[in-house]
Design a protein around this ligand. Structure first.
Ligand code: CMC
Length: 431
């Protein structure tokens, strides 16, 4: 990081401290408080990291007010329209768009790592049939560290690269196997003649008893869903991956930690929760009742798929996702789909409501993704695993960036302690 010429002054009890201010290539300035405790003996307090940059990064930039999402500088709408998932993976991992030869080599490498160790099949069979696929994914991805010992040495750049490729290649296989296991069907091996998205659909929907032909339009829609979820800078799961990695943990353990964090309904679990909510609403006439509940301070209900910590205007991923939903439902001949009709009416009603306008709550990426995935034939329990497999490249790129950062330290937040101060132990008979 370059030396900073700007400073900020903090005054505590009449004593002033000069703090360096760093100017980013985009976004607000950042006050550097790393030496604050040593100089002033105070901590800062920011639960939820609403005003705290936890690292510097060159991968993804979001301007929440403008509704802008850039990967290595390229706008997400351009990537969704002109690129495809594996090219975006390359971009995130290596920093620039690949040449034709680089892309071919990368696609070959990923395609040839999609099978998982055969012994891992036994591991799957230990789960209950009704296990949530996210539970299986946390376990199976963490267990990769037990199968791929030759890519756990984080001090070796080559081992780091092999781990990156293995994770991007194998997580879809693991997600598809979790699905197949839950419905009692045999695991379907990956096919090297199919592209990344088509192969995932094949592993989820093919059966040995008959031929399965992947519809190229559905494969394209699947690829777009992957692309739209590929990275999102320092969100909860990515920060979890970085924090786990800061202790020197192996890559498979770090990604398993990210998957665990993503599972929650405020994060990646929102796509499942959103579709369940749309089904519960059922018909557009019940929308006012649910809007009223979302606004009621005494009701914990929130409109799932609405709101975002960073986007305060619109989520650019939601715009593309909405178009995709129309295209996919059209293709599948799902006319007058009641869930899509409810989603569209709900969006309209919420956007016209003062509560949502004042709090800058707009549909996020999860609002329409569930509608598409359901139309494709995925059960709601598979929505978050699909988010997880798409985000794996983002986690891996951020993990790789962090390990290459000479300033890396173990992540160790401080606290504002409000508990008891020292007191003497009381023997049990005297309590
Ligand atoms: N429905 C109703 N009210 C809401 C909603 C919502 N979906 N989201 C936020 N609010 C209200 C909230 O009650 C609060 O009101 P007040 O200021 O009166 O207390 C205000 O808006 C600010 O909310 P917050 O929880 O302080 O905001 P946050 O930045 O901490 O939370 C969020 C962001 C995404 C967790 C939240 O908007 C939410 O829970 N949304 C629903 C879940 C969801 O769709 N999550 C997917 C996020 S996008 C995919 C991903 O990146 O994971």
């Amino acid at each position: 990081m370059a030396e900073s010429s700007k400073t900020a002054t903090l005054t505590i009890d009449g004593q002033s401290y000069e703090l360096p201010v760093h100017s980013p290539s985009a976004g607000p300035d950042v006050i550097d408080i790393r030496k604050l405790y040593a100089q002033a003996g105070v901590f800062t307090y920011d639960p939820g990291f609403t005003s705290t940059a936890s690292c510097d990064s060159t991968i993804t930039f979001i301007d929440g007010d403008k509704g802008e999402l850039l990967h290595r500088g390229y706008p997400i709408d351009q990537l969704a329209a002109k690129s495809h998932y594996l090219e975006v993976c390359y971009l995130l991992l290596y920093g620039s768009l690949p040449s034709a030869a680089e892309l071919e080599h990368f696609e070959n490498t990923i395609t040839r790592h999609t099978m998982i160790h055969e012994q891992m099949h036994n591991f799957f069979r230990g789960f209950r049939r009704d296990a949530h696929p996210m539970a299986i994914m946390v376990g199976a991805v963490g267990a990769m560290a037990a199968f791929y010992h030759d890519s756990t040495d984080i001090s070796s750049p080559r081992e780091r690269e092999i781990a990156s490729h293995r994770l991007i290649a194998k997580v879809p296989t693991i997600a598809a196997m979790a699905y197949k296991y839950s419905i009692g069907q045999p695991f379907v091996y990956p096919r090297n003649d199919l592209d990344y998205a088509a192969n995932f659909l094949h592993m989820c929907f093919a059966v040995p008893a008959e031929e399965y032909n992947v519809d190229p339009i559905l494969a394209r829609a699947m690829d777009r869903i992957f692309t739209l979820h590929a990275d999102h800078e320092q969100n909860a799961s990515t920060s979890t991956v970085r924090l786990a990695s800061s202790s020197g943990a192996n890559p498979f353990a770090c990604i398993a930690a990210g998957i665990a964090c993503l599972w929650g309904p405020a994060h990646g679990g929102a796509n499942q929760a959103c579709l369940e909510m749309l089904k519960e609403i059922g018909t557009p006439d019940r929308i006012p009742e649910f809007i009223a509940r979302a606004k009621d301070k005494n009701d914990p209900f929130r409109l799932m798929g609405f709101g975002h910590r960073v986007y305060k205007n619109f989520d650019p991923r939601a715009t593309v996702m909405k178009q995709s939903a129309d295209e996919v439902l059209d293709l599948l001949g799902v006319e007058n789909n009641p869930i899509l009709a409810t989603a569209k009416e709900l969006e309209k009603a919420a956007l016209a409501d003062d509560y949502f306008a004042e709090k800058k709550l707009f549909p996020n990426v999860d609002f329409y993704s569930g509608v598409i995935l359901e139309a494709m034939g995925f059960p709601t329990s598979m929505f978050t695993p699909i988010f997880a497999l798409s985000r794996t490249v983002g986690w891996i790129s951020q993990w790789k960036e962090q390990l290459g950062d000479p300033q890396m330290k173990i992540g160790r937040p401080r606290q504002l302690y409000l508990g008891e101060t020292v007191r003497d132990y009381v023997d049990i008979e005297k309590r």
